[in-house]
Design a protein around this ligand. Structure first.
Ligand SMILES: [Zn+2]
Length: 320
């Protein structure tokens, strides 16, 4: 755990170091007069300082981890709070997760619109160590497709311009918390921005021919990618993975897909027999979209590339 500079009154990050403040409190009430206890405290303090070598970034989801890793390189550690198979909409935090949140120097999450289960735990931690991506300035939002949901699509990392915004916010935070390595964080950011912009241009070109090909997604989580690359999403099976679609909605979905659908996308952890049967009946291609990069994306760029490949495979005349 990184200890922020307690003497610098200008930084509100110093609030994160309340662990050390407790030691000082104990000393001031006389515990230090006991020889064994003072030795014990000295050992604890030395262990604490040995463990504070690198800042620790804890991100809620794998895509945010992938973005963070581009900035930290090997000078800071990045860990993901949620297991790969957990739902990013609804996850019961364990006691150990609360400890991990406390130990982290920087916490990166989308916001209560997505990981609502983090809202309360984060409210009890210093706000200065948290980056809420949903609230970052200049975030890009998809053009509204369906019109009846007023909340903005929180799967914001699927727009490469937003990944850059998240990376910039993390760089600023790390440069402040770990000033000795600020130049390296900024150099990592510059490289990431260049690479993302290059890939974005490449994908704009490769996805352009698919602009008029209709499809449906499993849950409403791909609007950022769909909108940014001008793809033609007709509908979704369900709004969030936890909701079961009603008969009326399934009927509308069937009509839209029968009329101009080419492909139906499922997800690695959301497979639904009725959706498969619908695709078979309407002779649609079946595809898989992996918004979280759980199926082997080792970098953020790979996550984007795999997303583009899934669309290309399913919307072209090939079967996945
Ligand atoms: Zn989702």
């Amino acid at each position: 755990m990184l200890h922020y500079n307690l003497t610098s009154g200008s930084s509100d990050l110093s609030r994160a170091a309340d662990g050390s403040l407790h030691f000082i409190d104990w000393a001031s009430i006389g515990i230090m007069k006991h020889p064994f206890l003072s030795l014990y405290l000295a050992i604890l303090l030395s262990l604490a300082s040995a463990a504070q070598a690198k800042p620790l970034v804890l991100s809620s989801l794998k895509p945010l981890t992938l973005i963070a890793q581009e900035i930290t390189g090997s000078i800071a550690d990045v860990d993901t709070l949620l297991p790969a198979t957990a739902s990013h909409h609804n996850y019961p935090l364990k006691m150990s997760d609360h400890t991990r949140l406390q130990k982290a120097d920087v916490i990166l999450w989308v916001g209560p619109e997505l990981e609502s289960f983090l809202q309360k735990p984060l409210a009890n931690l210093p706000s200065a160590k948290t980056i809420t991506a949903y609230g970052l300035a200049n975030m890009n939002w998809p053009a509204e497709v369906h019109g009846h949901h007023h909340e903005l699509d929180p799967h914001l990392w699927l727009d490469p311009r937003n990944a850059i915004l998240v990376a910039q916010a993390l760089t600023a935070k790390l440069a402040l918390a770990d000033a000795a390595n600020a130049a390296q964080y900024r150099a990592n950011l510059a490289l990431f921005v260049t690479n993302v912009k290059n890939l974005d241009q490449k994908l704009q070109v490769s996805l352009k021919p698919l602009a008029g090909v209709g499809f449906a997604v499993y849950h409403e989580g791909f609007g950022h990618f769909v909108s940014h690359y001008g793809l033609k999403q007709l509908d979704y099976v369900t709004f969030t993975p936890e909701q079961k679609p009603g008969a009326k909605h399934m009927h509308q979905l069937r009509e839209k897909l029968a009329k101009e659908g080419k492909c139906l996308f499922l997800e690695p952890y959301n497979d639904m027999q009725s959706a498969r049967e619908l695709a078979q009946e309407l002779h649609l291609n079946l595809g898989t979209l992996d918004a979280l990069g759980t199926q082997g994306a080792a970098t953020y760029l790979q996550l984007l590339e795999q997303m583009a490949e899934s669309f290309s495979a399913c919307l072209a005349n090939r079967r996945n």
